[in-house]
Design a protein around this ligand. Structure first.
Ligand code: C5P
Length: 334
């Protein structure tokens, strides 16, 4: 006789904490601008061990209030990108995370509620950000992915992985990836993912820059010069390097078509890349649309030396070390 194990229907909880990773694009081949305004890309994404943590808490309705239909979400941010005390954050400054309805985590929560047919829910989202903001590391996307997973668990909505990935793609091109993490090939506008075999562990150093760079602005700058491409460059070299587990092979294969436009908008990024190479990085590139720069090291000790050298150069706002590939959005303490 066989016994069927069942976890039973998902049960709502009072609070859920989810951790989601940042990413670096090992390859970002950008093709022509499509009719919908997006660019066709071929990209290889790797999740790195810099995380944002979201705690979503159910808030009881205030006494005396009747049944409300709208879902209410309040947000509190600490760490990277928190607005100065007393300031609500500004849409004009991309390096400050908004706390209103333009926060991607809020939109993710509302989308889960809408998909599950919930109304009248009230939640508070406390975000602790370790991922730099508007930095080309998909921090906002990580928050959205974390919010999808956290709200699904909080409300016991039991949405499937496919449904969550579909909601993620509606929120942004980079949102599906932090759900799964690891290493993946992305096509379309970057949201259509398939897992990629990757051998070994890679040691990264990230040089953080002051302020942010707007992704649409970097794509527009790309169009100024690189218009006329017919297809994005394939990722064959990076995919082959990942099967060797050799950081030197991966370092030599790294490619980002948004690097040149990002440097045209921020010439100082070229100096940081040159400094990292001089300090012995086996690979150096702008992360996504920047302005973070990413440096590949041989091992953990090499990464520590590289990080110290970059910090001493005075060219970076801050320096972070990370290992990759990192896992995707994870519910903590369950
Ligand atoms: O998908 P997401 O909202 O994150 O994209 C932000 C912006 O980046 C888009 O509005 C578009 O200007 C640009 N983008 C693009 N091509 C892509 C991904 C993003 O042009 N494949």
């Amino acid at each position: 006789m066989s016994t069927e194990l069942s976890t039973g229907p998902a049960r709502p909880r009072a609070a859920v904490t989810v951790r989601a990773p940042a990413k670096v694009n090992l390859h970002l081949g950008v093709g022509p601008r499509r009719a919908d305004g997006y660019h066709e890309v071929i990209t290889v994404l790797q999740a790195v061990s810099l995380y944002d943590e979201l705690t979503v808490t159910a808030v009881a309705p205030s006494p005396g209030t009747g049944p409300a239909s709208a879902v209410e979400v309040t947000v509190e941010i600490t760490g990277e990108g928190a607005a100065a005390p007393g300031s609500p954050g500004s849409a004009d400054d991309p390096s400050v995370v908004p706390t209103g309805s333009d926060n991607l985590a809020v939109r993710a929560a509302l989308l889960v509620a809408e998909t599950a047919g919930l109304s009248g829910e009230r939640i508070h989202v406390a975000m602790t950000k370790g991922i730099p903001v508007a930095a080309g590391m998909a921090g906002g996307s990580a928050d959205a992915a974390a919010a999808l997973v956290a709200c699904d668990a909080l409300w016991g909505t039991g949405l499937s992985a496919d449904t969550l990935a579909g909601l993620a793609a509606r929120l942004g091109s980079d949102v599906p990836f932090p759900l799964t993490g690891g290493t993946a090939l992305g096509v379309g506008r970057g949201e259509r993912l398939s897992p990629v075999p990757s051998v070994g562990e890679y040691h990264w150093v990230f040089a953080l820059a002051d302020g942010g760079l707007s992704t649409p602005a970097v794509y527009r700058e790309f169009d100024q010069v690189d218009d006329g491409r017919t297809a994005p460059t394939p990722a064959d070299e990076v995919l082959a390097a990942l099967t060797t587990g050799d950081p030197q092979a991966l370092g030599a294969a790294l490619r980002n078509d948004l690097q040149a436009p990002a440097i045209r908008l921020r010439p100082a990024l070229g100096d940081v890349l040159a400094a990292g190479r001089e300090l012995g990085a086996v690979g150096a590139l702008v992360s996504g649309s920047g302005p973070t720069t990413a440096f590949l090291a041989l091992d953990a000790a090499h990464a520590a030396r590289l990080a110290a050298g970059l910090a001493a150069s005075g060219l970076a706002r801050a320096v972070r070390q990370a290992v990759a590939p990192a896992p995707g959005a994870t519910v903590l303490g369950s």
